[in-house]
Every structure is written in structure tokens, then in C-alpha cells.
Design a protein. Structure first.
Length: 608
């Protein structure tokens, strides 16, 4: 998986390809490469490491090619080496391919191809695919790709060029996103619109099982079964400014500071204060259908799973509907029970998460109504669900999600209020809840003013090897997310735990070298959390508390405190997570880590 860029037109291809790869760096990668169509044949250059290493190799070379493809790789099969980097070539160096995804039956195909005389030189599954295309090539690259893909099991987003067919790129998609960019006398291919946004905002999203033949003047789309597809051109609303750092040192810090805006975007035009009912028309469900829902299942991965846990608390509290939260990666493998009046929500920042897409398909096979909560318009999840809600967070470049997480919670909060109003909440109760949500963006802005205080805490603890995050009730998932943020970008081992469960194991770890972060707000479990704080203090743990403004009592019990504004208990995660995001960021900066591109991680996980 990771990044694909392709260009065919009237301009020099190499600068466009390199620029596109750089726009995709945020997705995480370990090697990069390009292949250009030159008069003497295909010229491929690739290397392990960052794109700047590839640029060093290319420095001083002159290429006049108007046609090429490029790739950043996140290793799945084979180590990140020069040899295993994409693009991959056939035996004659006449066909070149870049690929996101995994070819699951590559071992069987490898045996077959080697028996036919093909020389397999890398450790990757991808190389098998280019040799399979070579095996079927008889002068028409599109048909060779089609014939090869019929033999393939797995997921792919691919771009292929051939030395015998100048000015043509063949792209195909199954489980891994690809978008075509439409220009005047030029066309583009990318795995993410950010790679081509500086050149065009007019795009066509490839659907599952589609193959595109792209030249400078046109693109033709068919299915693997040779059915013709009429492309639907969409206009991208994002701007280049939205994917630049805007004066911040890192995208992650920019995105943390954007949360007052993005949270406002998540509620803009949706809060009906006359009736106390959020307007979420994208759910495509009538009020009587919402009243019939007997159980809700929410499935997601990673940070989105933590948002789902918070959604569980909100929906059960406000709507009194039982909720189950499932890891999308496990959902389809345990034969889940789906009943007639069940409603399934899937959550994904990218809208392309492979495990979450698999969960959608499994649930729909069982007859479930599936709704999506995602950020990317036109994404696979947006297209495959029966309805849903966009979070409107804008492009999130930092691999460690921040603004998408809080926007997901804001949408889940509105869903909880809507479902509650369909059952037992009065209009006034609904209005009071919506008023509380309306205040959240300004309260987040207030918390961001404490950044220097959080940075000072980071300076004291950034050399620690372990952190423990503790919370109770709806703030337990916040503890999980705070720990995840720290481990993702600082590489410090961090664990989130229910505060009451600490004494059933993790308390053995606590000593004077262990920083313990408590979410200790003035809520219904405040006294219980104070008892847990006393247990840690008795064992010399170093205590950091996220507390409510005006709680002077807690300041006497802990080493450090960051105070945040009051809101309704049910909405506190929207505020309590902000200092934890800042803490993770500043710890990672002090440790000299790669904030926006942490090792081994990718932004959009399109493989299982």
C-alpha cells in the first residue's frame, strides 16, 4: 500500500511525479521509485529510504519524458530495499508496474510463472503481477492487465505502462483506492487526490473491479468483465492551503490547532435549536425507522475504534439503545449475529480502511443497514454504505489522527442526541444538549491556550520509557487514545487502562519513574478517581491530571495539572483529549522523532 502517481500529457513527467510523491509522504512509506517512458525504452529509478534519496540519485540527469508512473512503498512482502522498491519490471524490462495492496495467491502464481520461464528477482508479491501481465501481453496492455487480474486473489490499486504503447497508462482498482485527475491535454492517476491537487480539481474515482485506460486526451473505463462505465467527474473542494503546514512546524500541530474550526464544521447547519434535533439527512433513515432500531453495532480500527467506544457511552446514555463496539479486523471472522432491527455504523477517517470495508461487506451480506462516518467525500466507504455522515474535518496529513478523531466524536454525539430525541428525550433536553455541543469549539480554543503548560510537563517526562493513562467511564477510551497518540509518534510504551482496574495488575508497574496521566474531571466519578490517584501517590508514581477548571483540591494531590472548561459529562472527551494530543506531540518533538511520518505506520491502511 501507500502512494501511486501517474502522468501522461504535454509536460515533463518527472517533476510532476516527484511532487506527487511528496504530497503523499504523510501516508508513511519506506522506499520510492519512478519509471519514465523514454525514446530508448522504459527507465526506472528506485531506492529504499525517503524521497530525497531518490532525488539525489536523479540529480543531474535529464529526462524529457511526458509519460510515467511513480510509487512510495510501505513494505508488506520483502524488506524495504532498493530491489524490493517499486516499480517492478517484467523479464524484458518492457512492462513496468506500481501496486498498492496484497496479492494473496502470489506463491501459487510464482510457481506457475517460474515453470513458464519467468525470472522472479524480488521478495515482493507485486513482481508476480507484472510477470503475469507479461505472460498475457499480445500487443494490447489493457487486455493483458484484464487477463492477469482475473487470475489474481487479493487487493490492488495498480498503474502499468508498456514500452510498446507510448502515451498510455492502464490503472485498475480492487480494494485499494485510485483516482483519475482530468486536465486539458493531460491526465493524472493517484492513490489520493492530494498528489494531484495542484494540477486539477476534476477527478473520477475508480470503483471496485474497474480498469482505466488513460491517455493525454481521454480515459476509458471498463470492468474486468468488459462492461463499459460512464465516468462521473467530481469537483474537489479542498485547496492547496488546506494541505500545507500554514506556519506550523508539523502537520500534527497544525491539525491539533485546527480543531476549533473542524469541530465547528462538524456541527455547522446541523443543530436545530427549535426542536432539539440534529439534522443528519445523510443517514437516509426516517424518524420511524430510527425508532425501530433495537441494537447498534459500531465497527472501526485504531483511533476510530476509540471514537466508537465513546460513541457507545453516548448512545446508551442518551438513547438507551444497546451498543456493541467491534474491531473491524475481527468482525467478519467471528460470524457476527445481525438481527432485523440492528443498525451498523462504520467509522474510518480515510474511508478506505481495508478491514472496515470488509466489515461493511460482511454485514450487508447478512442484510444489515450499514451507515458510514468518514471524512473523505467519494471514498469507498462513502460509496458502499447505505447512508452516513461526513465529519468535514478537511484533509488530515499527520499519520497520528487528531482532528478527525474529535470530529468523529462530534458526529457520534449528534447521532446520540438524534436517537435520544426519537425515544425519551424532551425537546428542551435536546436543546440543552445541542447548546453544549455548540460551545465545544470555543472551549477547545481555550484549552489550546494551555499549550506552554503542557510543553513544560513534556520537558520533565520526555525521557521516560513508560506511561500509564487512566480514566473512568466515558473518559476511559480517552485514556486509550492518549496512550495511543504517545506510542505512535514518540515510540514510548504507553498503556491506557480503566482507573478502577489499575489495582488488578498495572499497579505493579508504578514507582517513582512511572508518569501516570489521570483524566480526573469534576464528573459523576470524580471521587472514585481521587481514590485511584491516592493509590498511585502512595506508591510514588508521578502524577499528571487533566482536571476541571476550579478544581483546586486536585492540585494538592498531583505533581502537575492541566485544567479544562466544564461541559456536560457525556461530552467531556471532546475536551479532555486535547491536552493529551499536545502532550504526545511535545514529548515526540523533544525526543527528535518524525512527528508526521512515524516509523512503520501508514495513514490509510488498505491491507489486512
Amino acid at each position: 500500500m501507500c502512494g501511486i502517481v501517474g502522468y501522461v500529457g504535454y509536460k515533463q513527467a518527472l517533476p510532476i511525479l516527484i511532487e506527487g510523491l511528496k504530497r503523499l509522504e504523510y501516508r508513511g512509506y519506506d522506499s520510492a521509485g519512478v519509471v519514465l517512458f523514454e525514446s530508448a525504452g522504459l527507465t526506472g529509478i528506485k531506492s529504499a529510504g525517503k524521497i530525497n534519496r531518490l532525488e539525489e540519485i536523479l540529480e543531474g540527469r535529464n529526462y524529457d519524458s511526458k509519460h510515467g508512473i511513480a510509487h512510495t512503498r510501505w513494505a508488506t512482502h520483502g524488506e524495504p530495499t532498493d530491489l524490493n522498491a517499486h516499480p517492478h519490471f517484467d523479464c524484458k524490462n518492457e512492462i513496468a508496474l506500481v501496486h498498492n495492496g496484497i496479492i494473496e495467491n502470489y506463491r501459487a502464481l510464482k510457481v506457475l510463472l517460474e515453470k513458464k520461464g519467468h525470472r522472479i528477482v524480488t521478495d515482493t508479491d507485486t513482481e508476480i503481477l507484472v510477470h503475469l501481465i507479461e505472460q498475457h501481453y499480445e500487443g494490447d496492455l489493457t487486455e493483458a492487465v484484464r487477463a492477469a487480474l482475473i487470475r489474481v486473489e487479493g487487493t490492488y490499486g495498480i498503474a502499468v505502462i508498456c514500452a510498446h504503447e507510448p502515451g498510455k497508462i492502464v490503472a485498475a482498482r480492487q480494494g485499494s483506492p485510485l483516482v483519475l485527475g482530468h486536465g486539458d491535454g493531460e491526465n493524472f492517476i493517484a492513490s489520493d487526490v492530494s498528489a494531484i491537487l495542484s494540477h486539477t480539481k476534476r477527478v473520477v474515482y475508480l470503483n471496485e473491479g474497474e480498469i482505466a485506460t488513460v491517455t493525454a486526451d481521454r480515459y476509458d473505463i471498463t470492468t474486468t468483465e468488459k462492461l463499459n462505465i460512464t465516468p462521473q467527474i467530481e469537483e474537489i473542494s479542498w485547496t492547496l492551503d488546506m494541505i500545507e503546514k500554514g506556519g506550523f512546524d508539523h502537520f500534527m500541530l497544525k491539525e491539533i490547532h485546527e480543531q476549533p474550526i473542524t469541530l465547528g464544521n462538524a456541527i455547522r447547519g446541523r443543530l436545530n435549536f427549535d426542536e432539539g434535533i440534529p439534522r443528519l439527512n445523510g443517514l437516509n433513515l426516517q424518524y420511524d425507522q430510527l425508532r425501530q432500531v433495537e441494537r447498534i453495532i459500531i465497527t472501526a480500527c485504531g483511533t476510530s475504534w476509540h471514537a466508537a467506544l465513546i460513541g457507545e457511552y453516548m448512545i446508551e446514555e442518551l438513547a438507551r439503545i444497546p451498543v456493541e463496539v467491534e474491531y473491524a479486523s475481527e468482525f467478519r471472522y467471528r460470524s457476527p449475529i445481525i438481527r432485523d432491527n440492528d443498525l451498523l455504523f462504520v467509522i474510518s477517517q480515510s474511508g478506505e480502511t481495508a478491514d472496515t470495508l470488509a466489515a461493511i461487506r460482511e454485514a450487508k451480506k447478512k442484510g444489515a443497514t450499514v451507515l458510514g462516518i468518514c471524512n473523505v467525500v467519494g471514498s469507498s466507504i462513502a460509496r458502499e454504505t447505505d447512508g452516513g455522515v461526513y465529519i468535514h474535518a478537511g484533509p488530515e496529513i499527520g499519520v497520528a489522527s487528531t482532528k478527525a478523531f474529535t470530529s468523529q466524536i462530534m458526529v457520534l454525539a449528534q447521532i446520540a442526541v438524534l436517537l435520544g430525541r426519537m425515544r425519551h428525550l424532551s425537546a428542551q433536553q435536546g436543546i440543552d444538549l445541542l447548546r453544549a455541543l455548540q460551545r465545544i469549539p470555543d472551549q477547545v480554543e481555550q484549552i489550546l491556550q494551555t499549550e506552554s503548560q503542557v510543553k513544560a510537563i513534556a520537558e520533565e517526562y520526555y525521557k521516560s520509557n513508560n506511561f500509564l493513562y487512566l480514566g473512568r467511564g466515558i473518559n476511559f477510551p480517552v485514556a486509550l487514545e492518549g496512550a495511543l497518540k504517545l506510542k505512535e509518534i514518540s515510540y514510548i510504551h504507553a498503556e491506557g487502562y480503566p482507573a478502577a482496574e489499575m489495582k488488578h495488575g498495572p499497579i505493579a508497574l508504578i514507582d517513582q519513574n512511572m508518569p501516570v496521566v489521570f483524566i480526573a474531571l469534576k464528573d459523576s466519578v470524580h471521587d472514585k478517581v481521587l481514590s485511584n490517584i491516592a493509590e498511585v501517590k502512595a506508591r510514588n508514581g508521578r502524577l499528571i491530571a487533566i482536571a476541571s477548571i476550579g478544581d483546586n483540591e486536585i492540585s494538592e494531590r498531583v505533581n502537575h495539572v492541566v485544567q479544562i472548561p466544564h461541559t456536560l459529562d457525556i461530552f467531556t472527551p471532546l475536551l479532555s483529549i486535547i491536552p493529551l494530543q499536545l502532550l504526545a506531540y511535545h514529548v515526540a518533538v523533544l525526543r527528535g522523532c518524525h512527528i508526521d511520518q512515524p516509523r512503520n505506520l501508514a495513514k490509510s491502511v488498505t491491507v489486512e
